[in-house]
Design a protein around this ligand. Structure first.
Ligand code: FMN
Length: 283
């Protein structure tokens, strides 16, 4: 795969050549490698995600041919959250209808306003993105170190700016009782399913056949136009930077296709390992 970047503008980064942007990877890369590509962050720039999305597109084609669908959407941004359960139909229908990639169109409008308000103050905002894998067969994954949920967390956390991964109801488990948290096991039309899906489709590292659901916490975009304190690495003295350039005021909508791609890649790997996919059957 080869992607030609035809929209390059490195000029705004000249002023920060030796001044690491707080919250970005400039400082840690400089400390490890002794240099940093100041033109957007080098290997830490979101440009690298194009490879993930391209590979994920192939994984999605394989999955689609085997009845698996991956759906991602923004569920919280700039303090505005979707408070209800959204159906897959709603997500499919609405997600590309607004710039926040939020499937609840009313909340999407409020998110957009809040994101733009913070951006007008020279600031950025964070949020939460949900990804689901529907139609995943029971029995993929492993019981110990390479648990399916561990591998999904690894894949999603490898995306820049993702700072937490939750599976199923995730952090809410901390406030639940076992009797509320456990998903009752029931028979429906001769098939064993769980009545609820707090577990997010995985138990003991292995899929149950219920939808696989993960949520990721996305930090506010590090690059902001407000003045920030840093150190000039050439002079070894404290300095202030005021950034100019093209930044995402909120990363959530940009992360939706990346998170979908990473989930698709993990699911496809595990379906291949479990012999549940014919690698020659694409859709
Ligand atoms: C899709 C995507 C878009 C991003 N856009 C920006 C951006 O416009 N400006 C910025 O400073 N960081 C952006 N980031 C975040 C940085 O890449 C990330 O914060 C940086 O690599 C440091 O990694 P960490 O936040 O995981 O520690 C983006 C990340 C992703 C995944």
């Amino acid at each position: 795969m080869l992607v030609h970047n035809v929209d390059v503008d490195s000029a705004p980064y000249e002023a920060i050549k030796t001044k690491p942007r707080p919250g970005h990877a400039d400082l840690s890369h400089w400390l490890k490698f002794g240099h940093v590509d100041h033109r957007g962050g080098g290997r830490a720039a979101a440009r690298e995600t194009v490879g993930r999305v391209a590979a994920g597109a192939i994984a999605k084609k394989l999955l689609a041919a085997h009845g698996v669908e991956i759906l991602g959407h923004t569920v919280e941004a700039a303090g505005m959250a979707v408070e209800r359960e959204l159906s897959p139909e709603e997500i499919r229908k609405n997600v590309e209808k607004n710039p926040m990639r939020c499937a609840d169109l009313k909340v999407a409008e409020r998110m957009k306003e809040a994101v733009l308000k913070a951006a007008a103050d020279g600031d950025s905002t964070g949020g939460t993105v949900e990804v689901r894998a529907l139609g995943v067969p029971a029995g993929i994954g492993n019981p110990v170190f390479d648990k399916l949920d561990a591998e999904i967390a690894h894949a999603l956390m490898s995306i820049g700016s993702v700072k937490a991964v939750q599976i199923g109801v995730g952090c809410e488990f901390a406030r639940m009782r076992g009797s509320e948290a456990n998903d009752p096991v029931v028979l429906r039309g001769g098939k064993i399913i769980t009545e609820t899906n707090n577990a997010g489709g995985i138990l003991g590292g292995i899929s149950t056949g219920m939808p696989i659901i993960a949520k990721i916490t996305v930090k506010p975009t590090p690059s902001i136009t407000k003045p920030q304190r840093t150190v000039d690495l050439a002079k070894m003295e404290e300095a202030e930077i005021k950034l100019k350039g093209r930044f995402d005021p909120n990363i959530c909508p940009r992360i939706v296709p990346v998170a979908e791609a990473m989930l698709a890649l993990v699911i496809v790997d595990h379906m291949l390992l479990s012999g549940k996919i014919n690698p020659d059957r694409f859709k």
